[in-house]
Design a protein around this ligand. Structure first.
Ligand SMILES: *Cc1c(COP(=O)(O)O)cnc(C)c1O
Length: 395
C-alpha cells in the first residue's frame, strides 16, 4: 500500500503540513482559539455579519415556520418558498433576471463550469483562479487553457486561435491577492470572440460596488456583458451557500444540467431567510464599507512604513508577501505569540515561492485593533530581514 504516513512526514519537512485550529464561540475579531483569546485578521467575514443579531434573529424566527432540514434535493421536493424568495432577492441585488441558490461556492463553480462546457469545448481560466474553478474545469472534460493573471492581451490571442464553444472564467476579486480582474476588458474580448464569460465574485459581493453589489456592478457590467455572475454567501454575507445569477434561460439550463445543484440536498430553508436579512444589511451598510475602506488605507500605510511587501490591492484582502514557507510560518507564529492571528498561506493555495500572510480586514475591526496588528508586525519585522525593527512609535 502507498505510504501515506511518509507523505505526511514529507509535507512537514517542506513546511507544507496543514492543521485545523479549534475555535469556540462566534466568528468575530476577538476569537477564542483553543481556549486562548486571539485577535483574528484572517476570516472572510468582511462586514462583520457572521454574528450580526439581525441575521441571527431572522434565522430563529424562520425556523418554526420552515423547520430545520432541507430534506430533499430541489428537483424532488426540497425547493422551498424561502429558497425561491432568496433567489428573487439575489437577482434583484445583482441586477440580473434570475438567480439560482447553490449549497456552496465550491459546488456552484463545479456545477456551472461543468454544465456549460464539455468535451470538445475550450475553457480559458486565469492562472490565479480559485481551486473550485480549477476543479470545475477538470470536471467538465473540456480543453483548459490558462492565461497569465489578468492578461487580457494573452487571452485575446488564445481566443482568436480557438474555434468552437468558448468559456472564459475568472475570479472578480482574487482570493489570495486581493486585486480585481480587468472585468470591462474581459467582457469586451469575450463579446468580440463569442465566448461566454463567468465571473466568480466570492470576495467582491457585499464589499465593493454600489451598495455592495460586487465588482461586476462596480465595473458597470450588465447581464449581456457578464452572463454568469457567481457569488458566495459565506464570506461578506456572513451566512452560507452561494448563487449564480444571469439570464433565465441559463438558470433553466443549469437546473437541467448542473450536477452539484441536482444531486444534493437543499440547504435548510431558514438559512435562506437569514441570508435575505443579511442582504438588507448589506444594501444599507455604506457606513460599514466606509469604515472598512478606512481600515484598509491605514493598514497599507502602516505596513508599508514598516517595510513589509504588500500587493496592489484595495480590497480587504491584504497579503504580506514573504516567499518561503518556513518564513511565513515563523512570522505567523511570532504574531500569534503577541495575540494576533494571521494564517500563513502556502502552496498549492498560492504559487511556490509566494508564501504569504493573508491579512483580511473586516468592518468589525476597530481602529485600535488594527493598531494592535501593526504593533505586532513592528515587533516581528526583524524576523524577516535580520535588521532591527523600526521603532514601534512609528505606527
Ligand atoms: C471561497 C471561495 C469559493 C468557495 O465558496 P464556498 O461557499 O466557501 O464553498 C469559490 N470561489 C472563490 C473565489 C472563493 O474565494
Amino acid at each position: 500500500m502507498r505510504d501515506f504516513a511518509h507523505e505526511i512526514e514529507q509535507r512537514k519537512q517542506a513546511g507544507l503540513y496543514r492543521t485545523r485550529r479549534l475555535i469556540s464561540g462566534p466568528q468575530q475579531p476577538a476569537l477564542m482559539a483553543g481556549g486562548t483569546p486571539l485577535l483574528s485578521f484572517c476570516s472572510n467575514d468582511y462586514l462583520g455579519l457572521a454574528n450580526h443579531p439581525d441575521n441571527i434573529a431572522a434565522l430563529i424566527s424562520a425556523l418554526p415556520k420552515t423547520g430545520l432540514g432541507g430534506a430533499a434535493s430541489h428537483l424532488v421536493c426540497g425547493h422551498h418558498d424561502a429558497h425561491h424568495q432568496l433567489e428573487q432577492r439575489l437577482a434583484a441585488f445583482t441586477q440580473r433576471s434570475s438567480a439560482l441558490f447553490f449549497s456552496t461556492g465550491y459546488m456552484a463553480n463545479m456545477g456551472v463550469i461543468s454544465a456549460l462546457a464539455g468535451r470538445g469545448d475550450t475553457i480559458f481560466s486565469d492562472r490565479l483562479n480559485h481551486a473550485s474553478i480549477i476543479d470545475g474545469c477538470i470536471l467538465s472534460r473540456a480543453r483548459v487553457q490558462r492565461y497569465a493573471h489578468g492578461d487580457v492581451g494573452a487571452l485575446e490571442s488564445m481566443l482568436a486561435e480557438t474555434s468552437g464553444h468558448k468559456l472564459v472564467v475568472t475570479d472578480g476579486v482574487f482570493s489570495m491577492d486581493g486585486d480585481v480582474a480587468p472585468l470591462k476588458a474581459l467582457a469586451r474580448v469575450c463579446r468580440a470572440h463569442d465566448a461566454l464569460l463567468v465571473v466568480d465574485d466570492a470576495h467582491g459581493i457585499g464589499v465593493c460596488g454600489p451598495q455592495g453589489r460586487g465588482s461586476v456592478l462596480e465595473a458597470g457590467l450588465s447581464e449581456d456583458e457578464v452572463p454568469l455572475l457567481i457569488g458566495t454567501l459565506g464570506k461578506a454575507v456572513g451566512t452560507s451557500g452561494a448563487f449564480v445569477a444571469g439570464p433565465a434561460v441559463l438558470m433553466d439550463y443549469l437546473v437541467q444540467k448542473a450536477r452539484t445543484y441536482i444531486y444534493t440536498t437543499a440547504m435548510p430553508p431558514a438559512l435562506a431567510a437569514a441570508t435575505c436579512a443579511s442582504l438588507d444589511l448589506i444594501e444599507a451598510g455604506e457606513s460599514r464599507r466606509e469604515h472598512l475602506r478606512e481600515l484598509i488605507a491605514r493598514f497599507r500605510a502602516g505596513a508599508e512604513q514598516l517595510g513589509y511587501e504588500l500587493m496592489p490591492s484595495q480590497s480587504p484582502i491584504q497579503p504580506i508577501m514573504i516567499g518561503g514557507n518556513q518564513e511565513a510560518l515563523a512570522l505567523s507564529q511570532a504574531l500569534e505569540q503577541q495575540g494576533v492571528l494571521v494564517t500563513a498561506i502556502r502552496p498549492p493555495t498560492v504559487p511556490a515561492g509566494e508564501a504569504r500572510l493573508r491579512v483580511t480586514l473586516s468592518a468589525a475591526h476597530t481602529c485600535e485593533q488594527l493598531g494592535q496588528l501593526l504593533r505586532a508586525l513592528a515587533q516581528s519585522r526583524a524576523l524577516l530581514s535580520g535588521r532591527a525593527s523600526p521603532p514601534v512609535a512609528a505606527v
